[in-house]
Design a protein around this ligand. Structure first.
Ligand SMILES: [Zn+2]
Length: 163
């Protein structure tokens, strides 16, 4: 099992951080609060969640708890998001994911996908264990659009920590 990169580590990447700080536009119809804040207080622990109407509110909650909680995400329930465009040495690409990670279009970040026979995000449901799912939100990998990056996450990080 690959250890999932934490949100605080993802936010050390300046281009991801800038995108994460911007209020996303939701264009699809929704009636319930669109944002779901997932918080994992301790490594390997349960993911708590809270549904939030406004992105700024979710963002503020993340900011204030980033250092005390193991991992977090601001998940969008009704709408899929493609990865942000990032640049490295003049080359533009979709944000690459660290090794063993995939972009979850609903969690809006790279996550580790896996096979589950029960999933913490779907506590009272039977889960088909042959389907690859996001480890945080349980969304099916098969239903997601793929985005091919032009360089690796490691290359991007090496460049931004050098500058
Ligand atoms: Zn997800």
């Amino acid at each position: 099992m690959i250890e999932q990169i934490r949100l605080r580590e993802l936010l050390r990447e300046p281009q991801y951080r800038a995108w994460f700080a911007k209020v996303p536009t939701i264009t699809v119809m929704h009636h319930s609060p669109p944002w779901r804040l997932y918080v994992q207080k301790v490594e390997g622990g349960r993911w708590a969640r809270a549904d939030i109407r406004g992105y700024p509110e979710a963002y503020t909650a993340v900011k204030s708890r980033l250092s005390e909680c193991h991992d977090m995400t601001i998940h969008c329930r009704p709408q899929a998001f493609r990865p942000p465009a990032v640049e490295l040495s003049g080359k533009r690409s979709y944000l690459p994911c660290p090794d063993g990670h995939e972009w979850c279009v609903y969690c809006r970040r790279p996550t580790v996908f896996g096979y589950f026979s029960s999933h913490p995000a779907m506590p009272h449901k039977t889960v088909a264990d042959y389907e690859l799912r996001c480890g945080i939100c349980a969304a099916r990998f098969a239903g997601m659009k793929r985005y091919k990056p032009k360089f690796s996450w490691e290359a991007l990080r090496a460049a931004s920590s050098a500058s």
